[in-house]
Design a binder for this molecule. Structure first.
Ligand SMILES: [Zn+2]
Ligand SMILES: [Zn+2]
Length: 351
């Protein structure tokens, strides 16, 4: 297969900082779209995978899966994109296309396993896929998304993973008027969950360990914000919440939050703590409650989320950095020192 060499930022090992390297992109197949990457968000799972915290990482790794860019070329069979248009790529760049999950637009659960935008077996080139910390991306049209024109491109990038990760469970558990939706943690995921749940019409209560984020939660649209380390404050929400999105990526006590649910309510984990979490029997048998989880969404739902964000002008609050600062950004992300998402200006890769 013909390939093209492009610049990227990646690493050969967990302890080696990201640095400039060359990678291959495939030459266009008839259904492929090629884009010049303009912006790429930094997600917690980029960091987890670069550091091999889930195990199974294959190096070299070029991370990045919140990708927006400009279409440069399209294959002969491509119908929905033209050169010069804006486009986006999120977590998924391929799937089998024929299993029951793919047929139901749930590619994220594909029987054969989806191809993620980075560190997934590459069906075309062998090796593993390289992500958005690079000059270009080539993907099948079906997995390339339209970006509503109204959205600022840099701050729209985090919608591609963080946005769909919270939109999908908000939709599934029917956030809307009359529903009390809790959101644990105000980071990349949490701050978008506030905006999206509010736009869906829910009553939003934020639980944060940082008193300094209470005002920010309200500015972002939360109806109420509670310091979760204050047991007295928390007690007022016992048996009040319809469901709660848990965005915390470190070990924490979920039983505290299960007790805030009404009957049939659910705490839905979207953060990815590497350690196991403990659920006590009485936290769930009482009130027929559930502890559940959710991870990204299918391609159709991701497009639906982008359109919804376009209608409500929802984007992430971002700090835009050049790629040369990505290692520093990873360190700050670990400390939670970003409000609320780093986005790499990929033009800096040309420097
Ligand atoms: Zn992500
Ligand atoms: Zn499939």
């Amino acid at each position: 297969m013909n390939t093209k060499i492009v610049k990227a930022f990646g690493t050969e090992a967990a302890h080696v900082p990201l640095h400039l390297m060359n990678i291959k992109r495939r030459e266009l197949l008839p259904h492929d779209v090629e884009m010049d990457i303009l912006y790429c968000g930094i997600c917690h799972s980029d960091l987890h995978q670069v550091r091999n915290e889930f195990g199974g990482a294959t190096y070299p790794i070029v991370p990045g899966h919140e990708i927006v860019g400009k279409v440069t070329r399209v294959g002969g069979q491509v119908k929905t994109f033209k050169p010069g248009e804006m486009a986006a790529i999120g977590c998924i760049v391929d799937s089998c296309g024929k299993c029951e999950y793919c047929e139901d637009d749930l590619e994220q659960f594909c029987d054969e396993g989806v191809t993620f935008s980075f560190n997934s077996p590459d069906k075309h080139l062998g090796g593993t896929t390289s992500g958005g910390f690079s000059e270009t991306y080539v993907a099948k049209e079906k997995y390339v998304l339209q970006v509503p024109k109204i959205l600022d491109l840099a701050s729209a990038a985090p919608l591609l993973c963080a946005g769909i990760t919270v939109y999908s469970p908000l939709k599934h558990w029917q956030a809307g008027p009359g529903k009390k939706v809790g959101i644990i943690g105000i980071g990349g995921l949490g701050h978008l969950a506030i905006k999206i749940a509010k736009a869906m019409g829910a009553h939003v209560v934020v639980f944060t360990t940082s008193p300094s984020k209470v005002e920010d939660a309200k500015r972002l649209g939360a109806d109420e914000a509670v310091v979760s380390t204050d047991a007295e404050q928390l007690k007022q929400y016992n048996r009040k919440m319809h469901f709660i999105i848990d965005t915390v990526s470190a070990k924490h006590d979920v039983n505290t939050y299960l007790n805030l649910l009404r009957h049939d309510g659910a705490v839905v984990l979207v953060g990815l703590p590497p350690e196991a979490l403990e659920v006590r029997a009485f936290s769930i048998v009482t009130g027929r409650r559930s502890f559940s989880g959710s991870n990204i969404g299918g391609i159709a739902e991701t497009q639906e989320m982008l359109n919804f964000c376009g209608e409500h002008n929802i984007t992430a609050e971002v700090e835009v950095i050049p790629i040369q600062q990505v290692n520093e950004a990873f360190k700050r992300l670990l400390k939670g020192d970003v409000r609320y998402r780093f986005v790499v200006d990929m033009a800096s890769l040309k420097n």
